[in-house]
Ligand binder design. Structure first.
Ligand code: NAP
Ligand code: GLV
Length: 309
């Protein structure tokens, strides 16, 4: 019984040693030195190269080192019968909570304008509505979205969330399904995307959405670059439909040098750092889940492959 790890060169050895210490009963191997391919039963991966997973004929389970699994599903040759477990932890949720609150508050309290004020040395007091009049909309009310929505409601914002199925979260107005998407958007002055990337959500941050939001809305995308139609956002920023965007994730990562977002005066680029999994907490979550899987016990965050998240 062996486990293969593919995380990216910078931290691969660290993860290998860490997981080996947490799972001494399983031999952990590096992606590029798999040994006998038939012995590999478990794969712990982030962005595995296309065709890589099909090399292991006895694979029983794929673990995504992260909450998203789009980076696994994108491989057309992925063994489709193999279950996928995604990784979450309190630490991941905490980090995303910080990111979302930081950037919602930044827009609410007009920090970009205050930066300009300091640059020009002009004493001009900014005005913002009270938080209870600021309507924040969270797309996706899963582990991350529900927590962010709850926290923003506690801060005092007028918060709504949109999910596939109806949800009850204290202090948060719920909109569910395609039929309630438009009314949800129409009341979102600050829109936060925390959806998984699936066939249904790809390109959802598009021209039509930007036209449905209240004029001058702000958009925060902390989910996946594939949710955003980048050209549509640039047009909506230019014509004023969107006042400001905070983007953590991109179609191409790293975001290429010279990309229009880098120097856009009303775009803040963060380099996919909203909530990076902490190796200690993440490693423990992976080890615990794998043990449960091996014993045939219920596993946390087993992916519904029909829904794609
Ligand atoms: P999750 O627990 O699976 O929650 C997904 C939420 O999206 C659920 O509320 C789900 O609705 C909703 N949803 C899915 N498809 C939908 C649709 N077609 N229409 C409406 N709602 C839909 O996911 P999570 O753990 O919160 O993570 C969300 C995403 O964040 C991940 O997939 C990943 O891409 C991204 N992420 C980014 C970072 C970063 O650093 N930037 C870090 C971690 C994660 P139901 O509740 O009805 O199922
Ligand atoms: C990070 O992007 C994750 O999916 O955990």
């Amino acid at each position: 019984m062996a486990l293969i790890i593919r995380i990216g060169p910078a931290r691969e050895q660290w993860w290998l040693d860490h997981l080996q210490s947490l799972l001494p009963e399983i031999e952990c191997r590096r992606w590029d030195e798999p040994g006998d391919l038939e012995e590999i039963e478990y794969a712990v991966v982030w962005k595995p190269p296309a065709g890589g997973l099909k090399r292991f004929p006895n694979l029983k389970c794929i673990v995504s080192v992260g909450a998203g699994i789009d980076h696994v599903l994108v491989d057309p040759e992925r063994p489709r019968h193999v279950p996928i477990i995604r990784t979450t932890s309190d630490d991941l949720t905490q980090r995303m909570r910080e990111y979302v609150c930081l950037h919602v508050l930044r827009h609410h309290r007009r920090l970009p304008e205050i930066d300009e004020i300091q640059n020009t040395g002009e004493w001009r007091q900014t005005v913002n509505p009270p938080a209870y009049q600021r309507r924040v909309g969270i797309m996706g009310l899963g582990n991350l979205g529900a927590d962010a929505a709850r926290t923003l409601a506690v801060i005092g914002f007028d918060v709504a969330g949109w999910s596939r199925r109806p949800k009850q979260i204290e202090g948060v107005t719920n909109f569910a399904g395609d039929g309630q998407f438009e009314p949800f958007l129409k009341r979102s002055d600050i829109l936060v995307c925390l959806l998984p990337l699936t066939d249904a959500t790809k390109g959802i941050l598009n021209d039509r959405l930007f036209s449905t939001l209240p004029a001058g809305a702000c958009v925060i995308n902390a989910a996946r670059g594939g949710h955003l139609v980048e050209g549509d956002l640039l047009v909506a920023l230019d014509d004023g439909r969107i006042e400001y965007a905070t983007l953590d994730v991109f179609h191409e990562e790293p975001l290429p040098a010279g990309h229009a977002f880098w120097k856009h005066p009303r775009v803040l680029v963060t380099p996919h750092v909203a909530s990076l999994i902490d190796p200690v907490a993440g490693g423990q979550a992976i080890a615990d889940n794998l043990r449960r899987f091996i014993k045939g016990e219920p596993v946390a965050n087993l992916v519904d492959l029909d829904q794609g998240y």
